[in-house]
Design a protein around this ligand. Structure first.
Ligand code: ADP
Length: 397
């Protein structure tokens, strides 16, 4: 069976076609600036030249229609006809408390996705637009939702509850959910294979460090804790998100800067993090470059960034009562040689010892710890699309 994986954002659609007989990628691509003048589609068919199409598209349905046309194009497509696609897997950010696993999409599932608009206003509405566009264009195949929150649903109240009046949990479902679950799931399972142990017997700390960043602590095959919370704002320092702060700062700055709730949300999500602290960029590479050129504020931003991660490693090793391995993944985790080194520096007391020579590597599945490191340090490129395709295939069969 061939599976189409779709990740629809507010103005973009990422897609990938996989042949599940050998899990090979037949083509992937990105439609950018959907609904904005200057739409582009970059199509990357395996074994053929990339194709760039410029064509303004009013909405996600028009975007998906173009994707499907490209997929069956005799010159650069990867399918003879759309009938070859057996199922479609959709990335959905928020599944609330209803989904601990992927599901075949029906009206009830769409209602839950819609009910979560309130808590995931930037992600769930475009995710649903992507689903409805695909349903319209491919009505005869199964559509599957794979949720970013699902993997973390094994957390117990000890880690998912906030110390707030209980009725806000009952009325509004204010609790910690966690995100990037598909990525944490993938790298944790690969890590168990690298350890040569059953996944259920491993204690693993995963670090998904991209523009958005989160960590997870996993034991007995369950997520014990994760750093993102009610929204992706909680936890680590990110490109433009503050991560953990004293919540009183929110009211203080709303007053001082005269911000309404929406503006405050924007301030902590879009203007903070590495960007706000360094004044240079939200891109870690730019901040590192500025720090190397002597920019002290950029260096301070990096110190705060590294320290926060170190703190979570300690926190999670305590919660797991030990650890077999820590795993670096995503843009920074896979490529940031110096960043990984800084994070692992001076963690010998926790049993973490990096081989800095082995660590000089990018984007490969590799163990970069010393032979006597009690906790292994793995670098594992993430593959969320593969998890989505596998779940879709299993549910559609
Ligand atoms: P997203 O959350 O947007 O999916 P990615 O996982 O693609 O993000 O990661 C993007 C981040 O990875 C950027 O901040 C970028 O600076 C960082 N990155 C990429 N290459 C390197 C590198 N060599 N060193 C440090 N950071 C890097």
């Amino acid at each position: 069976m061939k599976v189409l994986v779709v990740n629809a954002g507010s103005s973009s659609i990422k897609y990938q076609v996989m042949d599940m007989t050998d899990e090979s990628v037949l083509a992937k691509g990105l439609v950018d600036r959907v609904g904005i003048p200057g739409t582009t589609l970059k199509h990357e068919p395996t074994g053929k030249d990339d194709v760039l199409i410029k064509q303004d598209l009013p909405d996600h349905t028009a975007g998906m229609k173009l994707v499907l046309e490209v997929l069956i194009n005799p010159e650069y497509g990867c399918l003879k006809s759309m009938d070859e696609i057996g199922a479609v897997g959709h990335r959905v950010v928020h599944g609330g408390e209803d989904f601990a696993e992927s599901v075949v999409i029906d009206d009830k599932v769409k209602k839950v996705i819609r009910d979560c608009f309130d808590v995931a206003p930037l992600h769930n509405p475009p995710n649903l637009m992507g689903i409805e566009a695909c349903e319209e264009l491919m009505p005869n195949v199964k559509h599957v939702a794979v949720f970013d929150t699902a993997f973390h649903q094994t957390m117990t109240p000890a880690n998912f509850m906030y110390a707030l009046p209980y009725d806000v949990y009952e009325k509004y479902k204010v609790r910690r959910y966690g995100f990037h679950g598909t990525s944490h799931f993938y790298v944790a399972h690969r890590a168990a294979e690298m350890l040569g142990k059953a996944y259920e017997d491993c204690k693993i700390v995963t670090l998904h460090l991209g523009n958005g960043a989160s960590m997870a602590a996993i034991s007995n095959g369950k997520v014990v804790d994760t750093s993102m919370g009610f929204t992706p704002l909680e936890g680590l320092v990110m490109g433009t998100r503050s991560g953990d702060i004293d919540p009183a700062i929110v009211f203080f700055l709303m007053d001082k800067l005269n911000l309404d709730a929406n503006e405050a949300n924007n301030y902590f999500n879009k203007k903070s993090g590495l960007l706000g602290l360094s004044g240079v960029s939200n891109d870690l590479r730019d901040v590192i470059e500025a720090a190397e050129a002597g920019n002290e504020r950029a260096q301070m931003a990096l110190d705060v960034y590294h320290n926060k991660i170190k703190g979570y490693i300690g926190n999670y090793i305590a919660k797991l009562n030990g650890c077999d391995c820590i795993v670096f993944t995503a843009g920074v985790g896979e490529n940031g040689i110096g960043t990984r080194e800084e994070i692992c520096k001076d963690l010998e007391a926790l049993g973490i010892k990096m081989d800095t020579a082995k660590n000089k590597v990018r984007g490969k599945e590799v163990d970069v710890s010393t032979p006597d490191s009690k906790v292994k340090i793995f670098l594992i490129p993430t593959n969320e699309e593969l998890v989505i395709a596998r779940d879709t295939y299993t549910l559609a069969k």
